[in-house]
Design a protein. Structure first.
Length: 99
């Protein structure tokens, strides 16, 4: 089973949300439907970037790793690295319906 760490960008306030899941489509839909307490007042969201892992533990550890940067330069470096992964770029395009 695939697991993901993802970063969403709020189209309302421009802030980011970092999370992890095993079902990316369902999780993003839940964020945009207002079913996630932490993000319900900041929707809609778009996917900024995604990284795939083999286990939930790895995805969760990477999520916590990203959250510790609190928006510093290292977070931007990680985001750019995630965006530059060709497989991830294709996944993000599919999720946004740009096939």
């Amino acid at each position: 089973m695939r697991h993901f760490t993802y970063i969403l960008k709020s189209l309302k306030d421009g802030r980011r949300y970092i999370g992890s899941t095993s079902n990316l489509l369902k999780r993003v839909a839940a964020h945009n439907a207002g079913l996630t307490l932490a993000t319900k007042n900041r929707r809609p969201f778009e996917i900024l970037c995604v990284k795939e892992f083999d286990s939930y533990d790895e995805a969760r550890k990477y999520e916590l790793y990203l959250k510790k940067f609190k928006g510093g330069n290292q977070l931007y470096t990680e985001i750019e690295a995630m965006k530059n992964c060709a497989v991830v770029a294709q996944l993000v395009e599919q999720l946004h319906g740009k096939e």
